[in-house]
Design a binder for this molecule. Structure first.
Ligand code: GDP
Ligand code: IMO
Ligand code: MG
Length: 431
């Protein structure tokens, strides 16, 4: 076992998502016993390439591709049963084994209801160009109901059908009034919703468990646990570029509450970082290249959303923002992904800081107004040519690619332990 993987590991995106977390979780899951999702919902899209097969997961933990692994959907997730069952059916149809022997869902997990998705879409439409650019998967409204408490439904509530009917009736009636008043929307049909969710509940029943207890027992038994972060630090509801964020604590800091484990459970925090920057949806993005460079990166990196297929905004690597994320999460090492995408550019720029009104900022501030005025300070490095996806050791990389990786390492202040040069498992260089 590589030394940086001894002990339990949290995988966390350090930018605005889509850093290749799926690929790296799948890679290190080879040596794991348990893989846990602890935040977000079907707004996530994690891609795994196994041979010629490509899989996109939205709710299932990526350990589902290795038969020996127990996969856990933690309480911090907002679970859309329709999306989960669709994903399970797709993978079952493709020959994967999914049963309570390799999948458990926390009874404390909050359930995504049709009115959450409707409210997300209605709010975004009403906001026009002031919208967040959400995935319209109902994420914000579902987390809001979790905090409201009396209007929330948890996985445990699916187990009691009489109570579920009563709750759905009450909440749907209330929501219909609000949607009508605010958006002139037609009423919800509580009976139809109840029947649909009753059936979802019946299918999910065998998977429901006390997963916090399961994880604590696994830890005590010396099992190897991988915490699969979704989204990323700059999308964290507290620490990201608010309000252009998602609604969960999707930095590493959310794992304790979202999985239900104490801090000493986790030893390694591997930050996943792509060799440039991307972002989907609205919000500040100081190093964005809305030009030929951005297009070059988008086409070579196939930078289109895994969940919504939207073109991702692309730009230069922002070491100033990533260093903030490294420090916030106590990142112990970095996996640098998609390095192959940058081949063929004459030169590369790395942002090392921001200036506001001519003054260099001392530290990154995840604040909308600050970032809107931030002028990136760049240093320029030479590019390299040729396809590097076939490289299998770090030393195989062109000297200028090695130099680029080492400069990022220096600026982030933690070792880059993995370099990814292609979507496949084998295109992962360990250092
Ligand atoms: P995630 O949300 O962080 O799991 O990332 P996504 O799966 O949404 O997006 C990452 C994309 O990059 C996927 O299509 C991956 O198959 C792909 N990918 C991951 N690592 C590499 C790499 O090193 N090189 C290339 N070319 N593609 C990669
Ligand atoms: P993975 O796990 C990229 C973005 C959305 C939008 C904002 C809020 O694949 O890296 P939401 O639907 O969550 O309310 O949308 O957050 N967003 C992501 N962007 N990758 C993700 O996940 C994302 N999850 C949410 O695009 O800007
Ligand atoms: Mg993604």
């Amino acid at each position: 076992m590589t030394s940086f993987l001894e002990g339990n590991t949290c995988i966390v995106g350090l930018q605005w998502g889509d850093e290749g977390k799926g690929k790296i979780v799948d890679f290190i899951a080879e040596k794991a016993d348990v893989v846990v999702r602890y935040c977000g919902g079907a707004n996530a899209g994690h891609t795994v390439r196994i041979g010629n097969e490509k899989y996109s997961t939205h709710l299932l933990p990526v350990g589902i591709f290795r038969p020996h692994i127990m996969n856990v959907i933690g309480n911090g997730v907002v679970l859309d049963p329709e999306a989960l069952l669709k994903e399970m059916d797709e993978f079952l149809g493709r020959g994967l084994a999914i049963s309570p022997a390799n999948l458990r869902i926390s009874y404390k997990t909050h359930v995504m209801m049709p009115w959450h998705k409707e409210e997300d879409a209605l709010r975004e439409a009403a906001a026009g160009d002031q919208g967040i650019g959400t995935t319209k998967r109902g994420i914000g409204p579902c987390y809001a109901d979790k905090m409201h408490r009396t209007t929330a439904i948890r996985v445990a509530d699916l187990q009691n059908e009489a109570k579920l009917r009563e709750r759905i009736n009450r909440i749907a009636t209330d929501r219909s009034k609000v949607f009508r008043a605010l958006y002139d929307a037609p009423p919800l049909n509580p009976r139809e919703i109840f029947e649909q969710y009753r059936d979802f509940g019946r299918r999910m029943l065998p998977f429901i468990d006390d997963t916090s207890h399961l994880l604590i027992q696994a830890f005590k038994a010396g099992k190897k646990i991988v915490f699969e972060g979704a989204h990323a630090v700059l999308l964290d509801v507290d620490h990201g570029t608010y309000p252009y964020v998602t609604s969960s604590n999707c930095s590493a800091l959310g794992l304790y509450t979202g999985a239900g484990v104490p801090p000493q459970t986790v030893k390694n925090f591997i930050g996943i970082v792509k060799a440039y920057s991307t972002r989907v949806g609205g919000g500040p993005f100081p190093t964005e290249q809305d030009n030929k460079i951005g297009e070059y990166i988008r086409e070579r990196g196939n930078e289109y959303g895994t969940t919504t297929r939207r073109p991702r905004r692309c730009g230069w690597f922002d070491a100033f923002a990533v260093k903030y994320a490294v420090d916030l999460c106590g990142v112990t090492s970095i996996a640098l992904t998609l390095v192959d995408v940058l081949s063929g550019l004459d030169h590369l720029q790395i942002c090392t800081g921001y200036r506001i009104n001519g003054v260099r900022m001392e530290s990154f501030r995840a604040d909308m107004d600050t970032l809107a005025d931030a002028q990136p300070i760049y240093e320029t490095l030479p590019g390299w040519n040729g396809n590097i996806s076939g490289c299998r050791t770090f030393d195989d990389l062109p000297a200028d690619a090695q130099r680029y990786v080492k400069r990022i390492e220096q600026l982030c202040g933690v070792p880059i332990s993995m370099v990814s040069v292609g979507p496949e498992r084998s295109a992962t260089l360990l250092r």
